[in-house]
Design a protein around this ligand. Structure first.
Ligand SMILES: Nc1ncnc2c1ncn2[C@@H]1O[C@H](COP(=O)(O)OP(=O)(O)OP(=O)(O)O)[C@@H](O)[C@H]1O
Length: 477
């Protein structure tokens, strides 16, 4: 007789599948039972056991400690950059602030008004053409400066000298609140002449070249810091900010005495550390869990060998991992009657959004899945193909959620607070139907038993968070 527990064990020990579609004579079947066994077997290398996740936590903690240590910081893969943000918002911040948000799919400019228990936000999205993303740094910052000046003119605040927080979501070594040296480009950007340079200075120079700027650039930050700050504005218990969007990164609150390179204000007990954990694994410490798909993605990326943790989690790569699996399994005649479409064969054609769409279908219906297949020239798919592809999407997104959870649990256990709120932002977390629940389940298993935690969706961390950092900094630097 098969019980519910047998099913859970059979799948991978952590089946969250709530879709028990057949329950008869005390026998239970979940929809994973209807996935072809050949597909289940072929996906096994994507499943991480609790033991593997424990090892990943231990290695990540070691990498974080290497980033924090004076002796090992230079060679560390997880840099643990000091943000120089030492105060969380009190909720009493007031005024008008500008924010620039650069670091992923969109470039945004925002005008934020903080008032009592409310905030107002006007924002505009500007495109960054591919030619600028991989052109020269001067072109990039000239483009940003031009958009900024157009925005403040449109908003009627051109004459006011407003504080500006610049969310620049690439790995930066900060030397103060207004000085950040770019360590490396990620997420498809590759502008020449910027790595090793102070991006605040480059933006200020671009504004000066235009000669008509009146903004007061008073803080540079990462979107993780913005996420933590924007959640802390609502919930002072927030001690971690995580992004699962185009990229993946996290920041947390660390005691200043644990940060050996800290040269900020020692009268304050904590400082936010931008871990840049996306680069975890660049020293080979994740090699034993990487699959052939992960390796192919890395080989074909703009930054081979780097950002390995990010590449097995984030939205920039998740859809492509699924696509590579689908192509391989189709060639092996495990899917689509062995017929690969031209679209499916095209790099980048399987959007990460499709993973959410497919997993969003009701348990016995493949409406969204069939829409995706139609887009991909796979209208010949059978119901069995739909079942199998949904399983593949689940396996890939679940691995991502479990890896982020391992990271979050590492930080929670390291900080040693009794209660922690985690602020999370990014479209993968926001729109994937199970990401939040998967994280809650896995983190619960991994944190010390006396710690309570909850996960809160950040409302526009990159924008409001930048304004809050600018506000808290009071533009004193
Ligand atoms: N519905 C969805 N489900 C899952 N992923 C999605 C969805 N929509 C978009 N994405 C993915 O999310 C990523 C974009 O994330 P987000 O919207 O948070 O932007 P971002 O600011 O560029 O990210 P980051 O903060 O990492 O720089 C893209 O890789 C995209 O494929």
């Amino acid at each position: 007789m098969r019980t519910k527990v047998d099913i859970i064990d059979q799948i991978d020990g952590t089946c969250y599948c709530d879709a028990i579609i057949h329950e008869k004579d005390d026998e239970y079947y979940c929809r994973h039972d209807y996935v072809s066994s050949s597909i289940r077997e072929a996906c096994q290398d994507m499943v991480l056991s609790d033991e593997q996740l424990k090892v990943i936590r231990e290695r990540l903690l070691r990498s974080i400690n290497e980033g924090l240590s004076k002796e090992t910081h230079a060679s560390a893969t997880v840099k643990c950059f000091i943000t120089y943000v030492q105060d969380l918002p009190s909720g009493k911040e007031r005024g008008k602030f500008l924010a620039l948000d650069l670091g992923g799919t969109n470039f945004r400019i925002l005008l934020i008004t903080l008032g009592e228990n409310h905030f107002d936000m006007k924002s505009k999205i500007y495109a960054i053409p591919q030619s600028i993303m991989t052109g020269s740094g001067v072109e990039l910052f000239d483009h940003i400066a031009e958009c900024l000046l157009n925005f403040i003119k449109d908003q009627g605040v051109y004459k006011q000298q407003l504080p500006l927080g610049f969310t620049f979501s690439f790995p930066c070594q900060q030397l103060g609140l207004t000085k950040g040296l770019l360590s490396q480009w990620t997420k498809g950007f590759n502008c020449s002449g910027v790595v090793g340079q102070d991006v605040v200075k480059l933006l200020k120079e671009a504004l000066q070249r235009r000669g008509d700027s009146t903004v007061d650039l008073c803080a540079i930050l990462n979107d993780t810091t913005g996420t933590l700050m924007s959640c802390a504005w609502k919930n002072p218990n927030t001690r971690i900010g995580i992004i699962v969007g185009t990229g993946c990164n996290a920041c947390y609150i660390e005691k200043v005495e644990n940060v050996e390179l800290f040269d900020g204000d020692f009268s304050k007990p904590y400082v936010i550390i931008n871990t840049e954990w996306g680069n975890f694994g660049a020293d080979g410490s994740l090699d034993d869990i990487l699959t052939e798909y992960d390796r192919e993605i890395d080989r074909n990326s703009l930054n081979p060998g780097k950002q390995i943790f990010e590449k097995i989690i984030s939205g920039m790569y998740m859809g492509e991992i699924v696509r590579l699996m689908l192509v391989k399994f189709t060639k092996q005649k495990l899917l689509f009657n062995g017929q690969v479409s031209e679209q499916l064969n095209t790099k980048g054609s399987f959007l990460t959004k499709y993973v959410s769409d497919i997993e969003n279908d009701e348990k016995d219906n493949f409406t969204k899945c069939r829409e995706v297949f139609h887009e991909l020239g796979l209208s010949h798919a059978s119901d069995q193909d739909c079942m199998n592809v949904r399983y593949i999407c689940e396996i890939v997104s679940r691995r991502a959620a479990h890896l982020v959870s391992a990271g979050a649990a590492t930080l929670i256990n390291k900080m040693d607070f009794n209660s922690v709120t985690i602020g999370v932002d990014g479209s993968v977390y926001r729109f994937h139907p199970n990401f939040h629940d998967l994280m809650v389940g896995k983190i619960t298993q991994m944190v010390k038993s006396n710690v309570k935690f909850d996960i809160m969706l950040s409302e526009d961390g990159s924008g409001r968070g930048a304004a809050l950092v600018a506000a808290v900094a009071s533009c004193s630097v």
